[in-house]
Design a protein around this ligand. Structure first.
Ligand SMILES: [Zn+2]
Length: 410
């Protein structure tokens, strides 16, 4: 494995800018040394990279994706410096297939998953999948999803899900009310509050955090009332003080997903097109189109206001997109750059705060202590960028190199 020395670079460690002139030695896949002075002697064959005028940041984390079984998803992610993706509902067999690839190879992003999220028969996301899927084989899949109707079943669901590889537990609380889709019933069925509470308690018993899907205000408050640790979407309806207080009471975090809200409501066409400008034609078409399946009050501009208010209240913001291969308006990797840009330009985060939300804060809140941080001894999942993304988020556009486990990609 090659040894790298990156010299005289600005270092953002996932929390703060350590120094404008740091030397970082990468050895055996790890950050071996961080110092202001260059190591006096270096073993031969060390590859030296001049980092002046550049910034080294931790590999970015997209905290909300659906990678399904697409290796391409992980390949696209790492091209944009996204070295870890957090899957928020997937087939355990598909997740394990991808995890094996990620464990064996360093030219793809790493992946963690919630595996099957907690839901009920004919609830979300089965109804969404039925409306959008093109073939009947989908029923076989949906038939395997949890149908949690009794609180007594929660613990078995949690242990089975952890055994199938889940790193955290996800709950679906979606009424479907904000969606322009031909659902057979409204509101859609969801697990009852008693079941939700039992799932959260069981997850905590086994040291796993819980995140809940909710996009409207009522469901967001409901999720917080049963004690979830985080929301997997920013509420896309105007939030009130009661909701902010509930976030504070739980010390809950929020995963932004502004890019999916923008695609859902059809907002932000201009910025989607800007982020797709250099892509090959098929990718450009996917990123510059949109879902347009929600209606007011479910709007991206409300989701931005939520992030702004929660940030002002001191709530942790975690960056995530909800990228998946089928969803238009989103593309793995580049959409996280778009997400960070929206956090800065639409929600008032500073570039430094936005970067924290895709690195150090995610590491802490999603319980992945070996990711999103640069310090000695950590796996070398790092990104070298031209310029200073801690002051100008658009600098992420110029990635010089991406390392995963000390192997340089690109
Ligand atoms: Zn999702």
């Amino acid at each position: 494995m090659p040894r790298y020395l990156i010299t005289n670079t600005r270092l953002f460690n996932g929390d703060t800018v350590i120094s404008d002139s740091t030397n970082i030695l990468i050895e055996n896949g790890r950050i071996a040394q961080i110092s202001e002075t260059q190591p006096p002697t270096l073993p031969p064959e060390t590859i030296t990279i001049d980092g002046s005028g550049k910034t080294l940041i931790p590999g970015l984390i997209d905290a909300h994706v659906h990678a399904f079984r697409e290796e391409l998803f992980l390949k696209r992610a790492i091209k944009y410096g996204v070295t870890t993706v957090l899957d928020m509902h997937n087939e355990p067999t598909w997740f394990r297939y991808l995890k094996n690839i990620a464990d064996e190879r360093d030219d793809v992003a790493d992946i963690r998953s919630a595996c099957h999220a907690a839901t009920v028969k004919d609830g979300w996301p089965a109804t969404l999948v039925r409306v959008t899927a093109k073939d009947d084989s989908i029923e076989e899949l949906i038939g395997k999803w949890p149908d949690l109707t009794r609180p007594e079943a929660a613990e078995e669901y949690v242990t089975t899900t952890i055994d199938s590889g889940a790193s955290y537990i996800k709950l679906f609380l979606e009424s479907g009310e904000g969606f322009d889709m031909p659902f057979p019933v409204r509101p859609l069925p969801t697990p009852t509050a008693e079941v939700q509470k039992a799932v959260v308690q069981a997850a905590h018993k086994y040291d796993k955090i819980t995140v809940a899907h909710a996009v409207d205000l009522k469901s967001t408050k409901q999720a917080l009332a049963v004690g979830v640790d985080g929301l997997s979407h920013s509420c896309a309806e105007s939030i009130d003080q009661e909701c902010i207080d509930a976030f504070k009471r739980n010390n809950a975090f929020v995963i932004s997903t502004l890019t999916v809200h923008a695609s859902g409501s059809g907002e932000e066409q201009e910025s989607r097109e800007w982020f797709s400008r250099n892509l090959p034609d098929d990718e450009k078409e996917k990123l510059s189109s949109c879902l347009k399946f929600t209606h007011p009050p479910i709007l991206m501009k409300n989701a931005c206001e939520t992030i702004r208010k929660l940030k002002d209240a001191g709530i942790d913001i975690v960056c995530g997109t909800d990228s998946s291969l089928p969803f238009p308006g989103l593309l793995s990797g580049v959409s996280l750059h778009h997400e960070l840009w929206l956090c800065v330009n639409r929600c008032g985060l500073t570039p430094l705060e936005a970067l924290r939300s895709a690195t150090g804060i995610t590491s802490r809140r999603m319980q992945i202590p070996d990711r999103g941080i640069i310090k000695e001894g950590m796996p070398a999942d790092i990104v070298l960028v031209n310029g200073d993304p801690t002051r100008n988020i658009e600098a992420l556009d110029e990635i010089v190199g991406v390392w995963r486990n000390g192997e340089k990609f690109g």
